[in-house]
Design a protein around this ligand. Sequence first.
Ligand code: PLP
Length: 393
Amino acid sequence: MNTEKTGFNTKLIHAGAIDDRFGSATVPIYQTSTFSFESAEYGAQCFTGERDGFIYTRIANPTIKALEQQIAVLENGYGAIAVSSGMAAVTTIYLALMSSGDHIVSTDAIYGPSRNVMEKQFSRFGFQSTYLDTTDIEAVKKAIRPNTKILYIETPSNPTMSVSDLKACAEIAHANNILLVVDNTFSSPYLQKPIDFGADIVFHSMTKFINGHADIVAGVIITKEQSIYTQLRNMMISLGCNMDPHQAYMVIRGLKTLAIRIDRAQENAAKVADFLEAHPKVAWVKYPGLKSHPQYEVSKKQMSGSGSMISFGLKSGFTGAKTLMNSVRLALLAVSLGGVETLIQHPASMTHSKVSPEDKLKSGITDDLIRFAVGIEDAADIIADLEQGLEKV
Ligand code: PLP
């Protein structure tokens, strides 16, 4: 059906769906590496682009295309490129848009490997980078150089939950003729649509909320314009970091319940954040839905909900954090987020362990920081679990 004028929930169920000749209610899995051509002429025309028939799954595949069309609609973008993981999205963007001698300005507290690959690996190719607190708009303006090609922000950021102002960042990027890239993993298009605020490229680790069931690793890049879409798609095809058709089917399946999963998880998260903020052993809590969050007002302008990610610290620091992580019974002690189950982890020694101690300190990834990904269990049970764990601290 045409979902152009429908609401978000209808788009989650019907946008991008393909018709098949048997009237399947779900998108079929085209588990094939290659597609036969009806004639030699047809095959040649697929290669010149005169026809948009399918050639080979690394280039395009009907199941993957259905997912890409749906995500592009959900993010209000021109087109989407599904990739094998969130990190495949990050590296495809860096490699497609940067050349030797180019510079990127980025949020400092981003997912550790997204920063690490730039500083430790792509610096070998002459890529230059500046990592800073992108909630400080004046500092962002000052960091732009004549060779800057990308302003890259993650908002809310992993794991500090800082919120960068999308509109202000888009204005800076466009005044300097550079692209604004946004990692929208923590919000999903249900809570935040960066293209509406001026972003040129949005991407996700679909391993998280979009798939939502902790059973798939996947990523996607969405662009506002066709020219950048083509540039990124060509890089994805060359790198060979395409998605697999079965993986695409699983994501399409998980995506249908995105809104109801997030509604439930963030309802729980608000209760957990209030509980933590009132607890005598808790030193601080950072959740965009709390009035105490430093960018509470910015988050209200650009997010339609506060999500289900919380970071907090205990008065007893890392020692207390370890005791709590070893005491919880409902929450899984595991990295990742955005699934239906509640997870707890310690970024400084886990997801962000490869960031240098100085950079961790500068970007607020302190030793006491605990990251809590709230799931869709009963809020009372999640809170009771934290309560019994905190008793042991
Ligand atoms: N971006 C963010 C914000 C993440 O949290 C992650 C993974 O945790 C990634 C990107 C990388 O995604 P993946 O693990 O799917 O490669």
